[in-house]
Design a protein around this ligand. Structure first.
Ligand code: NAD
Ligand code: ZN
Length: 395
């Protein structure tokens, strides 16, 4: 089959690789019909997350048709022929975190947990296509994928909804929604969201769904800010204003009720601090650039909430812990607990409350994945989200 392989920093190649097979009794094999490139993939592309190996298959936002199931898959939940969305987190369904609906913290789905434990104390769940530290699972930017614990994660979707309307239930819609839920929004609240990438876009819409009165969205990319405005957000360009000052001015000096970091470890910025962060990240002295996190803590109102859907991988410097503590802030974060949100959000799509395809700018054949990664990373060609067709031949 064809698959998008990581061959090194900024080196993506589409290669012919062996088809996946059932390895464990609760596996299924899915023939993938649509797959997307995520902002999280860019951290791999840019070489900032350790434990990838040359030839690893990337991708964790995919859907398709079940073509094979292992003998122990619960046939009432999943059978050959079902059309499914596959969540990016892998969960066993039987451990303590799974029983508490903390799916992205599954105790059993990461066979390489010991590597993550060395860095983080405990491991999150395994993830598709996202390093050996997080399981070493082949990803879904491919024609087929093996899906472990296949009767737990995959969500069946009705045939009348086209792929583009449901594909993002595999990650970014639930991620934006959980990011908004983690803001503890009360009716009428003001929510500031850094990052108008795909996650930020779904976070903006989700914040309004959850009752926000105002959303103030921050980025520097014109078309992403325009998309945020079209969703009802007020916008700030961090190239033009001091964002913390502007947020205070816009909120009568109180600060937003909650602040979301939907940017994560590769945040951009200005001046000396940004240069220092970037140099330290390159030298592996600090793994992440916490530019947005610092600003969110400084901007947030006293007693407010910081929500962090943006991905961090390691250690960060100069976080204003004094402000965080003395303002009595709350911080909530995590890889998304996908299975909590997929069903309810599918219902919102079915009711016509949202059409998630609004975020797509590029539809490419899988062979064009290297170009897709580059234009998405560099925000070229008004790129907001790339969907790959695993079966289309290159144009
Ligand atoms: P993206 O890279 O397309 O978007 C990030 C946006 O942030 C870009 O538009 C960029 O211009 C903007 N940005 C950079 N620096 C900024 C700053 N200082 N202030 C404001 N905006 C800034 O990525 P995405 O797909 O939207 O993903 C966003 C983050 O969410 C990534 O870190 C990704 O890894 C993470 N993510 C987390 C989960 C989860 O489960 N928690 C799931 C999916 C994605
Ligand atoms: Zn993702």
């Amino acid at each position: 089959m064809k698959a998008v392989c990581w061959m090194g920093k900024e080196n993506i190649q589409v290669l012919d690789v062996p088809d996946p097979k059932i390895l464990n009794p609760r596996d299924a094999v899915v023939r993938i019909t649509s797959t997307a490139i995520c902002g999280s993939d860019l951290h791999l592309y840019d070489g900032f997350v350790p434990t990838l190996e040359q030839g690893d298959i990337l991708g964790h936002e995919f859907m398709g048709e079940v073509v094979e199931v292992g003998p122990d898959v619960n046939k009432e939940k999943l059978k050959v022929g079902d059309r499914v969305i596959v969540p990016f987190t892998i969960a066993c369904g039987g451990c303590t975190p799974c029983n508490e609906q903390l799916w992205s913290l599954c105790d059993n789905s990461n066979p390489n947990a010991w590597i993550a434990e060395k860095m983080m104390g405990y491991s999150p769940s395994g993830l598709f296509g996202y390093t050996h530290m997080l399981g070493g699972y082949a990803g879904g930017q491919a024609q087929y994928a093996r899906v472990p614990y296949a009767d737990v994660g995959p969500l069946k979707v009705p045939s009348e909804l086209p792929d583009e309307k449901v594909l993002f239930l595999s990650d970014i819609f639930p991620t934006g929604y959980m990011g908004a839920e983690n803001c503890n929004i009360r009716p009428g609240d003001t929510v500031a969201i850094w990052g108008c990438g795909p996650v930020g876009q779904f976070a903006i819409r989700s914040a309004f769904m959850l009752g926000a009165g105002r959303v103030i969205a921050i980025d520097r990319v014109a078309e992403r800010l325009a998309m945020a405005q079209a969703s009802g957000a007020e916008t700030l360009n961090f190239d033009d204003v001091d964002v913390v000052d502007a947020l205070h001015t816009m909120t009568g000096n109180r600060g937003p009720d909650s602040c979301m970091d939907a940017v994560g470890m590769e945040a951009s910025g200005h001046g000396v601090m940004f240069a220092v962060d970037r140099a330290k990240q390159m030298a592996r002295i600090q793994m992440d650039r916490p530019i947005v996190l610092r600003r969110a803590i400084m901007a947030c109102k006293k007693g407010g909430t910081i929500s962090i859907p943006g991905v961090y991988a390691g250690f960060i410097d100069k976080v204003p812990m004094g402000a965080f503590m003395n303002k009595g802030l709350t911080m909530k974060t995590g890889q998304t607990h996908m299975m909590r949100y997929m069903g309810p959000l599918l219902e919102r799509v079915q009711r016509g409350e949202i059409d998630p395809s609004f975020v797509i700018s590029h539809r490419l054949p899988i062979g064009a994945a290297p170009e897709g990664y580059k234009i998405f990373r560099d925000k070229q060609d008004h790129c907001t989200k790339v969907v790959l067709d695993p079966w289309a031949t290159a144009a």
